[in-house]
Ligand binder design. Structure first.
Ligand SMILES: NC(=O)c1ccc[n+]([C@@H]2O[C@H](COP(=O)([O-])OP(=O)(O)OC[C@H]3O[C@@H](n4cnc5c(N)ncnc54)[C@H](O)[C@@H]3O)[C@@H](O)[C@H]2O)c1
Length: 313
């Protein structure tokens, strides 16, 4: 049994991770400032003798004793991270400094939830970890993209300078139950609009592609990475390489939700990447990991979750 800190533990991915770590027999300290996370996401864990919740903002130092740290704290959807861009950069950068400082003091192994956004609007397709990315440093998405890039820099400097055991993964679009209904991410957006019978909003002509990984596959990747041999620092891409256009996704959601919503087309937001697909060769080779849940199966449980969350029967 290890004592494991999960920052951002009340969020979408964090809450699934806390549940998995409790199931695996660990003691979990979930830290969150509830900016986008909710108590409801971890409600079923509250009262468990190996689970503890602490309201705390990672931009401030934290003094606890732990064996492992999963650093997930950071709003992930553009609507949320653009709400207070200065705080978003602070969360990524100051949050990383504080958590790396904690890992240094406690000699804990530390995991960073980085993102495919570090590749920006990529000129290389699919994106391998060796690609350095094409990121706008001064646009409305930069608080997130550059914050995450700087966090990666800090992780690798702490590794070189202080010999910390770091584990950096670059997460590609992930979806599943417990996503925030109003976070504006494409899967939740389409499902919520379809279930409410509202127009489905597609940005651009809908031909831009994304790949979607189901949350259970992603969490399995997190745990495998954390438990991997010490030499494996990452960055390692985690995501589902299956590529779909936004139009294909919208049509699949409409038919699975049995919805009569119409598709409407809006202008593309600034710096929205046209294509995004992970090259997961490294994860396959070093973690023996690849996603198992097909899109339709994942969408089925996600639609079920949103039906309940929105109380639409
Ligand atoms: N879901 C994805 O598709 C995806 C893709 C790439 C990267 N990621 C990364 O994974 C992590 C989790 O993403 P998610 O989808 O669960 O997002 P989320 O918004 O649901 O979760 C983020 C959590 O961090 C908390 N948080 C934010 N700022 C904080 C602060 N200053 N102090 C403490 N807690 C804070 C929020 O309240 C929330 O609970 C993020 O770091 C995100 O960048 C996610």
């Amino acid at each position: 049994m290890k004592r494991i800190l999960v920052t951002g533990g009340a969020g979408f991915l964090g809450s699934h991770l806390c549940e998995r770590l409790i199931t695996d027999g660990h003691e979990v300290l979930c830290v969150d400032n509830f900016f986008t996370g909710t108590r409801a996401n971890i409600g079923h864990l509250q009262g468990h003798k190996r689970f503890e919740l602490l309201r705390h903002d990672v931009t401030f130092p934290l003094y606890v004793e732990v064996d492992q740290i999963y650093n997930l704290a950071c709003p992930a959807s553009p609507i949320h991270y653009q709400h207070d861009p200065v705080q978003t950069t602070k969360t990524s950068v100051h949050g990383a400094i504080n958590m790396l400082g904690l890992a240094k003091r406690t000699k804990a192994r530390i995991f960073q939830a980085s993102t495919s956004e570090v590749y920006g609007d990529p000129e290389v397709h699919p994106q391998p970890e060796s690609y350095w990315g094409k990121v706008n440093p001064i646009g409305p998405r930069s608080c997130y993209d550059e914050g995450k890039r700087c966090a990666e820099t800090l992780f690798f400097d702490y590794w070189r300078q202080h010999k910390l055991q770091i584990k950096v993964v670059r997460i590609f679009n992930t979806y599943g139950p417990s996503m925030h209904p109003s976070d504006g991410r494409v899967v939740s957006n389409f499902i919520v609009q379809a279930l409410r019978g509202e127009d489905i909003t597609i940005y651009g002509d809908g031909q831009q592609t994304r790949s979607f990984c189901y949350v259970d596959d992603m969490i399995e990747g997190f745990v495998r990475m954390m438990e991997s041999e010490a030499e494996l620092t990452g960055p390692v891409n985690l995501g589902n390489p299956g590529e779909f256009t936004m139009l294909e996704l919208a049509e699949t959601v409409l038919s699975m939700a049995g919805s009569k919503s119409k598709l409407v087309f809006l202008p593309l937001p600034t710096d929205d990447p046209k294509q995004r697909q992970p090259d997961i060769s490294l994860a396959m080779e070093r973690l023996s990991w690849s996603p198992r849940v097909p899109l339709e199966d994942g969408l089925k449980s996600t639609i079920q979750y949103f039906r309940k969350a929105l109380a639409i029967c």
